[in-house]
Design a protein around this ligand. Structure first.
Ligand code: FES
Length: 105
């Protein structure tokens, strides 16, 4: 599947990854700057914060309580905030668009 990462300035980066990869890993493996993933995906850093456009939200499982608690700690939380390490890429998510915050700190 292909994932499109869009930074805060509107620049778009395309990444083709294997199904089963999570969105944070997809960004890190493809050297996409806006997602850091410091904790390696164990939900303790929130440096993988991203925003999911409305049209994709229903295709992604809802966040766990732990994920929501972590999202409360990010710099600019929005209704569509997610931790990208918690989103597994499946074939159905081909074409997924992920918006990145201005900063992860
Ligand atoms: Fe640390 Fe997602 S990579 S919370």
């Amino acid at each position: 599947p292909t994932v499109y990462f869009v930074d805060a300035d509107g620049n778009q980066f395309e990444a083709t990854v294997d199904a089963g990869t999570n969105v944070m890993e997809a960004a890190v493996e493809n050297f996409i700057d806006g997602i850091i993933g410091e904790c390696g995906g164990v939900m303790s850093c929130a440096t993988c914060h991203c925003y999911i456009p409305p049209e994709w939200q229903s295709k992604i499982p809802a966040p766990s309580e732990q994920e929501e608690d972590m999202i409360d700690m990010v710099l600019e939380p929005q209704d569509n905030s997610r931790l990208s390490c918690q989103i597994e890429i499946t074939d159905e998510l081909d074409g997924l668009v992920v918006h990145m915050p201005k900063t992860q700190f």
